[in-house]
Design a protein around this ligand. Structure first.
Ligand code: 5GP
Length: 121
């Protein structure tokens, strides 16, 4: 996936042009299962309006960022992992492995997660 300003995959999922397993929707967000899950629960929460990354979203529209986080919490509830625990991750730019440049929260849980989330290897 490139860094261009062209439409990303997620606009096409939001437009229902590409199928995805949608688990939750709000006025401003859509949540769907990651195609390559890294945990028993792995859901992506995206704002329907595109910002490149979480920093740009935070600067431009803090209310929408709060809606994304609220939707992540709701997804955890729907998945039954509120009490067992979960991780919310925003990979931001290349060192973090961001590959789709439409900001998205990963909601990960449903099993014990690895505690190593720093340096590769
Ligand atoms: P990033 O690496 O940008 O933080 O996360 C992008 C995520 O999108 C990856 O976890 C990847 O598995 C997921 N992904 C890539 N293509 C698709 C797709 O076509 N459908 C869905 N549901 N997820 C996708």
């Amino acid at each position: 996936m490139g860094e261009s300003d062209a439409e990303t995959l997620f606009e096409r999922i939001i437009a229902r042009e590409i199928p995805a397993e949608i688990v939750h929707e709000t006025e401003g967000t859509l949540a769907f299962r990651d195609i390559n899950p890294q945990a028993a629960t792995h859901v992506l929460v995206v704002p329907k309006k595109r910002y490149r990354n979480v920093a740009e979203l935070a600067a431009a529209d803090p209310e929408l960022l709060a809606e994304v986080i609220g939707a992540a919490a709701k997804v955890a509830e729907l998945e039954g992992i509120t009490q067992s625990g979960y991780r919310v991750v925003f990979n931001t730019e290349l060192d973090a492995g961001q590959s789709v440049f439409h900001v998205h929260a990963h909601v990960l849980g449903g099993e014990q997660l690895g505690l190593s989330f720093g340096r590769a290897g």
